[in-house]
Design a binder for this molecule. Structure first.
Ligand SMILES: C[S@@+](CC[C@H](N)C(=O)[O-])C[C@H]1O[C@@H](n2cnc3c(N)ncnc32)[C@H](O)[C@@H]1O
Ligand SMILES: [Zn+2]
Length: 288
């Protein structure tokens, strides 16, 4: 975590809540503490775990998946999407939450677009939290479960990012400040379609966007804007294996299997053009 004694650290902590009782948190020597004496130590790697202790049933990204994601994002394939997100961040934003932040890549792009903002990167994976802690000087890294009460205060977030991540509609609506935006990135059916099947990646349902909009409306949000982002980039076998390994295929295929599948794919071509095809949906609270 950013040094909690710093101005940014203190502002970030003000936006956080105890995952057990939802009380405000104070900075204490080892980490954070609420008025009911629930304590959360700061890890040596710079993050704090705000978990209720009720246990979680969900799989979060492993160290191998996080390393693959970092290499692939570093190669720039998803940069057009990061730029589309950054354009939607109000420059005067004070708090930006990235829910399911992964390596913190998109949170960092959003923070660059809002020079005074503090960023809170939430992820269930401690490997992701370690990466988020290093992603940007104004990023606060928090291990949190998006399927539990999210340890962020009511109405504090000027923007919430959900990029290929689990989305908890009521909790996001609760966190959003008046006028704030939820920026959701979801894959279109054409996303990476040339390589999905060969690399064991999940199918994308054709009605996914429609279902998302229904879910948002049912949760008291309305869609302010949608934007399709498409881009093409050549990837070699190593990056193709990373592309699959950073997602759900990384849970059910070994690294060797993915590298073999990627080499077979590229056997007669040095590179394969991979197309990203996503929609950025911007949602906000329905005006009263
Ligand atoms: C497909 S990755 C996307 C990461 C990042 N937004 C990106 O696009 O690079 C999904 C992320 O959600 C996290 N995640 C999965 N279940 C979660 C949960 N219940 N609570 C918080 N994070 C979760 C994973 O650890 C992973 O980092
Ligand atoms: Zn508490």
């Amino acid at each position: 975590m950013t040094d909690v004694a710093s101005d940014i650290g203190q502002r970030g902590v003000q936006a956080l809540r105890c995952p057990v009782c939802s009380a405000a948190l104070d900075i204490v020597e080892q980490g954070l503490r609420c008025a009911h004496a629930h304590r959360f130590d700061r890890a040596r790697q710079g993050y704090v775990a705000l978990l209720s202790g009720r246990g979680n049933r969900h799989r979060s990204d492993t160290a191998t998946m996080v390393a693959a994601r970092r290499r692939l994002l570093g190669a720039g394939l998803f940069d057009p999407m990061a730029r589309a997100l950054a354009r939607r961040i109000p420059p005067e934003a004070a708090v930006i939450v990235d829910a399911g932040a992964g390596t913190g890549h998109y949170l960092a792009a959003a923070l660059d677009a809002a020079p005074a903002a503090v960023g809170i990167g939430l992820d269930l994976s401690k490997y992701c939290a370690r990466a988020v802690a290093r992603a940007h000087p104004r990023a606060i890294a928090v291990v949190a479960d998006l399927w539990e009460p999210v340890p962020v205060a009511d109405a504090v977030a000027d923007a919430v990012l959900s990029v290929f991540a689990p989305r908890n509609v009521p909790e996001t609506a609760r966190m959003l400040a008046p006028g704030g935006s939820w920026l959701l990135v979801t894959p279109n059916p054409g996303h990476l379609h040339r390589v999905r099947a060969d690399l064991g990646m999940l199918e994308i349902g054709a009605d996914k966007l429609e279902r998302l909009h229904e879910e948002l409306t049912a949760g008291g949000l309305h869609v302010r804007h949608t934007e399709s982002v498409t881009a093409q980039a050549p990837l070699d076998a190593g990056l193709l294996a990373d592309l699959a390994g950073m997602g759900p295929a990384g849970f059910h295929r070994t690294d060797d299997e993915l590298r073999h599948a990627a080499r077979v794919l590229t056997a007669d071509r040095a590179t394969i053009d991979v197309g990203i095809d996503v929609t950025v949906t911007v949602a906000a609270a329905t005006p009263a």
